[in-house]
Design a protein around this ligand. Sequence first.
Ligand code: UDX
Length: 438
Amino acid sequence: MKLTIIGSGYVGLTTGACFAEVGHHVVCVDNDPKKVETLLAGQIPIYEPGLEAMVKKNVAAKRLRFTTSTEEGVDHGEVLFIAVPTPPQPDGSVDLSFIEKVAREISQYLGSYRVIVDKSTVPVKTGDRVAQTIRRYAKPGVEFDVVSNPEFLREGSAVADLMKPDRIVIGGNSDRALALMQKVYEPFVSPVLVTDINSAELIKHAANSFLALKISYINALSEICETSGADVLKVAEGIGADKRIGRDFLNAGLGYGGSCFPKDIAAFIAISEQMGIPFNLLKEVQRINKRQLDRFLDSIREALWVLKDKKLAVWGIAFKPNTDDVRSSVAADLVEKLVAEGANVSVYDPKAMEKAQGLAFADKITFATSALEAARGTEALIIATEWAEFASVDLAELREVMRTPLIFDGRNLIDPVAAADFGFQYRGIGRGAIEARS
Ligand code: UDX
């Protein structure tokens, strides 16, 4: 099929590449000429495992191309996917101006029948607004349908998530549009759930909020574990073994960050408030999430007494492993706060060093070339992102390079008993403090 993706960011680019991979002919539109130039030169502006090879392969096979022209995109695609940003406004509600602008642009070029798909995460009822806008600005009598088709991809495994999603949600009110959408997804072997537009839109916010709720649930438990002497990892294992609950997203830590969860939870709260039915449970989810970092910082302050002029290593600055994304990263917030209190912080992240250079406090931190280099001569090590390589660190070597042996493990990566055996004083999340044994 001929498909068009408008907006070539994380979601748009990955979606476009995966559609091309299964045999569709895809045009990706972006209004940033520099980004399009980069993509045309075969470079990918983001780090996403498997994406670069997939883009190159499909560009070479002439199934994927890039343009700045919306007109070209509308002309090409039987189905037009809108994948532009939906950033948060100061009050948490969603800024829909990019969606509205694209809807107007599309309407300008609409000739024959097109399906217009909301791929971006949008508040329930946005589909109605997009349809209304297109009807208002398009030539009279032009035929089109609007469909909601939310994405559930995770950064770092976006390609795999898109090639084999747990489910594909298609929300629409027209049989003609739904038939075309089924054809789009025919090559994918995942279950398809067809709903009305409102339900599809709601599913996205409800899914992300539920996952955030799971994280805050275990994080709230982590505080109870610390006070009662229980081990949150064992508790997570014990409750996660119940199939109805599941072990995923029960890792206690510094809380969730990234470009989706914080924004989507705030948006869902705003949406519910606009409807006059405030979703207060989600406010508690937010409060617990913020409290995890505050509590962690308190435990660092308590152990080190004074932070000013202390040499500290922070491992991880990305908002989670397998990505170079530092947007709304709790690890970055942590470093910013340590720096503000006068600590000398050296940072190492396996992939996010370049992106971290763009952070507001970048000139106030040292960028190390390896995890051990970051730890050299420091008085404490803080683990902020759950990269696998940090879990397999050689504790003997780490002990060697550090000035004083303190580990604050914000992601429960290190075995506390092993750390104690190597002479470290260890603090994890929800596991209590462990004193060094030698
Ligand atoms: C998320 C959703 O998973 C995805 O379905 C949606 O489309 C977009 O938002 P993503 O933002 O890429 O994807 O990150 P995810 O892997 O879900 O992790 C989000 C945050 O939660 C990270 O900061 C991570 O460190 C944290 N997290 C995750 C925990 O603290 N504990 C956990 O158990 C799981």
